[in-house]
Design a protein around this ligand. Structure first.
Ligand code: AMP
Ligand code: ZN
Length: 440
């Protein structure tokens, strides 16, 4: 749906259209504040101390490039409190990312940080054309995942009526959408397709729904898939990018022109680097997005390697915002899988398999589509002794594998038990993952 754009909404027009010099000034002041805050954490004190990094050593924004990167692994090492920059009693909220081996990657927020996260999210929702008259049904999981609560807070701040229904139970989702006149949904792109299929099945025509927009994120999707959802559901779909480490879904969203996502540069400093040389790529070329968060005092993250691949869209946006846009994400520089919006590292599954008695040497993780949703299957060889057991014992092993994997990664896989030696053995580096999802 590409209707004529007659209105360009802003939450904070002055900041959103601030000249570059002003944004640079805000970023420099913010960066110095973040370095000061970093030096209050055990983690950064150890890292920055020997390098002599202090707020005063940051004179221009270019000095950012002299600072070391921070990685997901650093977050794990600093677990649980090594990155906390304020007294614990000042923290009002924590969130954690799915998809880590061992310790989860956790963030902390003070009340002020939470307000800033809500404000950033509200700004994003307004940029995407949401208003206080909208009814928002939040179909993302509530709990540790930021896509539930942080978006919720942003929508409330804007004054939308929020239905905190969380994910799953499609029949109930559709009932609520009809009964409460939902106009905006927040969901993964694959769930939006699933919703459409369920809508058709329910026999209720499209006219029973008032839906006009979807905020879609948490997983990669192509322009073609966006069009497909827009055409089938007859709505506008806005790409929304974020990650728990950066306070969740607020940092970047498409404005009503839907041509790339504005990244809020007064609250984040984006860089795009070559993942091999770690040097910045020329403006407009694809590389790994690196983010520094400026709107959080409880937990600094400076030059955080997101592992997400994108590029800056250097042309000015017709909406007049000066905050740069990034293109749709095209992949990752690590092996993280995103399955129905949940992050999964193959090593997490391996961790369960390796500690389970009776499990053999070889396994294969298969990701496929089941209708419009992703389906995860773990094929695993068991030992000859285990294979000689009766079917009850084998079923019990299958069930234990399923429940232990699902406890760790939060999604439940199908587990296929295989005879020893039946999975293909690769020469050289073992191929442990087969992603059979068709490119959209
Ligand atoms: P989480 O920390 O669980 O919110 O997961 C964050 C990750 O989800 C990001 O690093 C991306 O890989 C992915 N992601 C989030 N939003 C999008 C999006 N709009 N398009 C593509 N991938 C996304
Ligand atoms: Zn714009």
């Amino acid at each position: 749906m590409h209707g004529e754009i007659t209105e360009i909404p802003f939450l904070d027009r002055k900041t959103e259209t601030a000249p570059r010099e002003e944004l640079t000034r805000i970023q420099l002041a913010g960066l110095r504040e973040q370095v000061a805050s970093a030096l209050r954490t055990d983690f950064y004190r150890k890292k920055y101390g020997p390098l002599g990094i202090t707020p005063d050593s940051i004179r221009t924004l270019d000095d950012l490039r002299r600072l070391p990167f921070t990685t997901k692994n650093d977050l794990r090492e600093a677990y649980p409190f090594g990155l906390l920059a304020v007294p614990k009693s000042d923290v009002v909220r924590m969130h954690a990312s799915s998809g880590t081996t061992g310790s989860p990657t956790v963030i902390y927020l003070t009340q002020k940080d939470l307000d800033a996260a809500a404000d950033t999210m509200a700004r994003s929702l307004v940029a995407a054309g949401c208003t206080r008259d909208d009814v928002l049904q939040n179909m993302m999981t509530y709990g540790l995942f930021t896509g539930g609560l942080v978006l919720h807070y942003g929508a409330e701040r804007l004054g939308m009526m929020v239905i905190p229904i969380s994910s799953g139970n499609t029949i109930r989702q559709l009932k609520f959408m009809r009964d409460f006149g939902t106009t905006v949904v927040h969901a993964t792109p694959s769930y939006l397709l699933h919703l459409h299929a369920a809508m058709l099945e329910s026999g209720e025509g499209r006219s029973a729904y008032r839906l006009r927009k979807a905020i879609a994120g948490a997983e990669p999707h192509s322009e073609e898939l966006r069009r497909k959802i827009e055409d089938t559901l007859g709505i506008e779909v806005y790409n929304n990018y974020g990650m728990s480490e950066m306070n969740g879904p607020g940092p970047a969203i498409e404005c009503v022109f839907r041509q790339g996502m504005h990244i809020w540069e007064d609250r984040y400093i984006p860089e795009i680097i070559d993942p091999d040389t770690l040097e910045p790529v020329p403006e407009g070329e694809t590389g790994e997005l690196v983010l520094t968060i400026l709107c959080r005092s409880a937990m600094p993250l400076i030059r955080y390697r997101t592992r997400d691949l994108t590029r800056f869209l250097p042309e000015p946006c017709p909406c007049g915002r000066t905050h740069r846009r990034i293109a749709r994400l095209t992949g990752r520089t690590d092996d993280m899988l995103i399955i129905n919006g949940v992050n999964v590292f193959p090593s997490q599954i391996e961790e369960v398999l390796l500690r389970m008695k009776g499990v053999g040497a070889n396994y294969l993780i298969v990701v496929d589509k089941n209708g419009s949703l992703d389906k995860l299957t773990v094929q695993v060889e068991i030992t000859a002794e285990a294979f000689a057991d009766d079917s009850r014992a084998i079923n019990a092993l299958r069930e234990r594998l399923r429940s232990e994997i699902s406890a760790l990664i939060t999604i439940s896989p199908a587990v296929e038990i295989k005879e020893p030696g039946s999975l293909p053995v690769s020469e050289g580096k073992a191929k442990r993952v087969e992603d059979r999802r068709p490119p959209e």
